[in-house]
Ligand binder design. Structure first.
Ligand code: SF4
Length: 490
């Protein structure tokens, strides 16, 4: 059962984030000496799990490491891990990306608050604080979605995979603008072919439009204008409920680009400090500074943007409550309309991890305290949490939460995170999704959810991915358009 095995692996990783863990396939010999070199491994047979782990306490001072075997029913795995480590996880045994879906499913089924909270806390061991957060968000999302015919509509996503430089923690498709400067037109040419396809074959007006990346504003002003003109000439974007263009890197923002975005109807932008601590910005290789953030934000307000989101990351190297508190105070002084709070997620082999080893900072820790500081700051700015998701390898096993002043939510974020609407996604690395509701009569195979059984809902989802590699994307553009035609024409 691949989905189940993935869950187990994710739970083990959450409890042992710094150890190599492995779930052993059926038939693989448990006492293979090579497996014994692993700090944690586990075998799952007939509903029972055998967990073997290196016990550093027992082994302390001994030349031979000691391993401990424990066998329990699979359903008791979470309890066993709590017992062994003395820890609990904020989201209990939920390992999926979208824990709010559980609360949302409960609301749709007519369950009351108590039933939903009891289920999340009692059955999945979610903390009271997180269960209440999930329920609060699910209610807000339901209210926002009730004003949108999301089942029959679609949203449009356009990817500009270039950035001024690459941040060390980056997990997105991002290429250096400087390295691609001479070939941007070639990329836009392929992208325009996809835009033509969307304009010709999908006649409806999108509910939301989102230009992301990368950093769309890393394009030169005239390239950005060419893109926005091309899209808006062919698709009636002005009738969409929301038109977002990420302007994440403050070093890519100019008055001219902001005016262009305004002229072509962009309603929402994102100016992302991540942190206002220069020392941290240097460590994470984000070559910007707090002054640029303030200047870019001020320019955006002057240009008339009244829906500006800011992203921050908690758990950054060397940052504790003092640094996070200071960043939040500076953000409150600027007064954005929305704040998205991320918990750092670093892949083991990432540039950041290597860099940290070099400079001797080992701990990448996010804590309850810093999460609460961010929630308190959002509250002081009059914001409410409105969407939430989780990633693999998240610091502290927490979550990313979007807060906004009521009425300034990023609706696209809800639609994509709750997977309640088809997304036509264009550009390198973009992932299109077709979402079918069984009652609409579409008869597509049920999705095998790659993350968690818990997240399954009553929709069928089919994905279609564009390659991340830009050369590959450009050279295969005809085939990629055909694949999209097939996806949406069934
Ligand atoms: S700005 Fe964002 S997308 Fe670009 S390199 Fe940094 S983290 Fe990645």
């Amino acid at each position: 059962m691949p989905g189940l095995q993935y869950n187990i692996n994710a739970i083990l990783k959450a409890f042992f984030p710094d150890r190599e863990v492995r779930v052993i396939a059926d038939g693989e010999p448990v006492h293979d000496p090579k497996l014994l070199e692993l700090p944690v491994f586990m075998r799952c047979v007939n509903g029972m799990v055998l967990l073997t782990y290196f016990d550093s306490e027992i082994s302390s001072g001994l030349s031979d490491p000691k391993y401990v075997d424990r066998t329990v029913p699979l359903t008791h795995l979470y309890d066993l891990l709590c017992e062994l480590t003395g820890r609990t996880l904020p989201w209990g045994d939920l390992t999926g990306v979208r824990p709010t879906k559980l609360a949302m499913t409960g609301l749709r089924a007519g369950a009351d608050d108590k039933e939903i909270l009891d289920y999340m806390q009692g059955y999945h061991h979610v903390s009271e604080e997180k269960a209440m957060l999930a329920l609060d968000i699910a209610r807000r999302e339901s209210q926002i979605l009730s004003g949108i015919d999301h089942k029959n509509g679609y949203s449009l996503y356009i990817d500009i995979p270039f950035c001024p430089t690459t941040c060390l923690y980056c997990s997105f498709t991002s290429y250096s603008y400087a390295a691609w400067r001479d070939r941007i037109d070639e990329y836009l040419g392929a992208l325009f072919r996809e835009i033509d396809y969307a304009a010709e074959e999908i006649s409806r007006i999108p509910d939301t439009v989102y230009i992301g990346g990368g950093t769309p504003t890393s394009l030169e002003a005239e390239q950005l204008e060419k893109l926005l003109k091309y899209v808006t000439d062919r698709i009636d974007v002005k009738k969409a409920m929301e038109f977002t263009c990420e302007a994440g890197r403050p070093d890519s923002i100019t008055r001219e680009k902001l005016e262009i975005m305004k002229r072509y109807g962009v309603t929402r932008i994102s100016v992302n400090p991540q942190t206002m601590q220069q020392k941290t910005l240097d460590i994470i290789g984000r070559r910007t500074n707090p002054e640029q953030v303030r200047a870019a934000f001020g320019l955006a307000r002057e240009t008339g943007f009244d829906n500006i989101n800011m992203d921050i990351i908690l758990g950054l190297p060397g940052e504790g409550e003092e640094e996070v508190g200071d960043t939040l105070r500076q953000i409150e002084d600027m007064g954005p309309d929305a704040l998205t709070v991320h918990s750092l997620a670093v892949k083991r082999a990432s540039g950041l991890r290597e860099h940290l080893d070099e400079i001797g900072i080992e701990a990448l820790k996010n804590t309850d305290e810093t999460m609460r500081l961010a929630a308190g700051s959002a509250d002081r700015m009059g914001m409410k949490p409105y969407y939430l998701y989780r990633q693999k390898n998240m610091s502290g096993n927490f979550e990313n939460t979007g807060y906004s002043i009521p009425g300034r939510e990023g609706i696209y974020n809800i639609l994509i995170m709750e997977e309640v609407q088809s997304i036509v996604a264009l550009g390198a690395g973009a992932i299109s999704k077709r979402v079918d509701y069984p009652e609409t009569g579409n008869n597509m195979a049920s999705e095998e959810d790659e993350y968690s059984e818990n997240e399954r809902t009553a929709v069928n989802i089919t994905r279609c991915e564009n390659p991340k590699d830009i050369d590959n994307y450009i050279s295969r553009i005809d085939e990629l358009i055909l694949r999209k035609k097939k996806l949406y024409s069934q």
